[in-house]
Design a protein around this ligand. Structure first.
Ligand code: FAD
Ligand code: NA
Length: 389
């Protein structure tokens, strides 16, 4: 007997399942097309070194939401990891996000915060007339925000690699702001709480699913009519929480929504330390990858081997519709937004099916946002609507 079907075992789906299984005690069946739970936050130990590798890109947990912080601490403790990122540009390493240290290193000077601010304002004001509002493309927008020198060093090459498109051909509204910090603080996130799950993401995610009222079926695709919990057999028969792609649910009736995807190349190296830091960005356009992750540095407290390390190069491009490319970041062009509106009308008409998560709503959501949004769907929609009969 299943009371609720949850499609997708990422943070959104597992939060919904865990909440409904506990209160009001519903029987929840979670299906996922992948061979593991956890969605994109899934990680696993690289077999020869034991180093925890994030299969779908590095995941850093951070939040200022008290309720989410209390909730996630029911399933895992967190290390005191604090994220920092560096960027290599023309053979030199700079701290990110762009801060006073970046600017002084880049200009080989010792400007005060006020002097650096005046320098950036001058570069931004003189390089492009019209200001941010008049920017016709991403390049003009970026220059109007931080000036040409910083744009050319830290934004142009990286952005064109992210999108495989010249920034003069990208829409200005891809960026709203380019924050510059006029201090030497290069801590990446500003949230009150930050850390990595002490015994890994997969242990955390599996604990969320570990409940007598929750059944998980992996390698099970909602659109595969060869498995019993498929769309045709379940819609209208029981309540469904769907966290897969919204356009796929409606057979791409309004066309495919645009996504950016990533390709990852992992390598085990016979050295103790490759780059001395978890994430190194590569700003030069000639280098084909955008960044390199070195996973041992996410857990300096662990007893990892001293003669081996795991690195992962990240490449970025548009996902090709109708292929196995994983949808990672919404492109969100004007056409995408029009199509999304049309899909939202279809969603409103699909009674008994609740669309959530990053794929179900076509939205980039950090983990804490996916969890917060699942908790509010449970409070505001699911619990009031699903009284056990
Ligand atoms: P997902 O995790 O995508 O889960 C959806 C699940 O649905 C998947 O397991 C999928 O297999 C399943 N599914 C889809 N279609 C079907 C189907 N037809 N049948 C059955 N199952 C299906 N967040 C942070 O807070 N910090 C970070 O540092 C961070 N880094 C990120 C890096 C990358 C590269 C990406 C892409 C995301 C990152 N995120 C990060 C965001 C984080 O991954 C999301 O918040 C989280 O994945 C959202 O969970 P979700 O449940 O909405 O979606
Ligand atoms: Na990330």
């Amino acid at each position: 007997m299943t009371d609720v079907l949850v499609v997708g075992s990422g943070f959104f789906g597992l939060t919904v399942a865990e909440q409904l299984a506990n209160d009001p005690g519903l029987k929840v069946h979670v299906i996922d097309r992948r061979p593991h739970v956890g969605g994109n936050a899934y990680s696993e130990a690289e077999p020869t070194t034991g180093i925890e590798v994030h299969r779908y890109g590095a995941h850093l947990f951070h939040t200022s939401n008290e309720r989410v912080w209390d909730y996630v601490n029911r399933f895992t403790t967190f290390t005191d990891y604090r994220h920092h990122v560096y960027s290599t540009y023309r053979g030199e390493v700079f701290p990110l996000p762009i801060n006073l240290g970046t600017i002084n290193q880049f200009t080989r000077s010792a400007m005060s915060p006020a002097e650096a601010r005046a320098w950036v304002t001058e570069q931004a004001g003189t390089a492009f007339s019209g200001g941010a509002a008049a920017a016709a493309n991403l390049e003009e927008k970026a220059i109007s925000l931080i000036g040409r020198p910083l744009y050319e060093a830290f934004i142009r090459g990286y952005t064109s690699k992210q999108w495989q498109t010249d920034p003069t051909e990208l829409s200005a509204d891809i960026i709203t702001r380019l924050p510059v910090r006029y201090t030497y603080d290069n801590r990446y996130f500003n949230d009150r709480y930050e850390g990595l799950p002490t015994d890994g993401y997969t242990a955390w995610l599996e604990r969320m699913a570990d409940h007598p009222n929750i059944t998980v079926s992996l390698d099970t695709d909602f659109f595969d009519e060869g498995q019993p919990l498929n769309k045709a057999a379940t819609v209208g028969q029981l309540p469904i929480v769907y966290t897969g792609p919204v356009d796929r649910y409606f057979d791409h009736a309004h066309g495919p929504l645009g996504w950016r995807t990533l390709d990852f190349e992992s390598e085990v190296l016979p050295i103790g330390d490759f780059q001395g830091t978890p994430v190194m960005n590569y700003a030069d356009e000639e280098i084909p990858y955008t960044r390199i992750h070195e996973f041992r540095h996410f857990h300096p407290e662990r007893d990892y081997p001293s003669d081996a390390t795991v690195i992962m190069r990240e490449f970025s491009r548009f996902a090709r519709a109708g292929t196995d490319d994983e949808p990672y970041y919404p492109v969100n062009t004007a056409d995408d937004r029009t199509a999304l509106k049309a899909y939202r009308d279809l969603v409103d008409g699909e009674s008994g099916v609740h669309f959530g998560g990053r794929l179900g709503t076509y939205q980039y959501l950090d983990m804490h946002m996916a969890i917060a949004s699942a908790l509010s769907m449970v409070d505001n929609v699911l619990r009031p609507g699903l009284v056990r009969g």
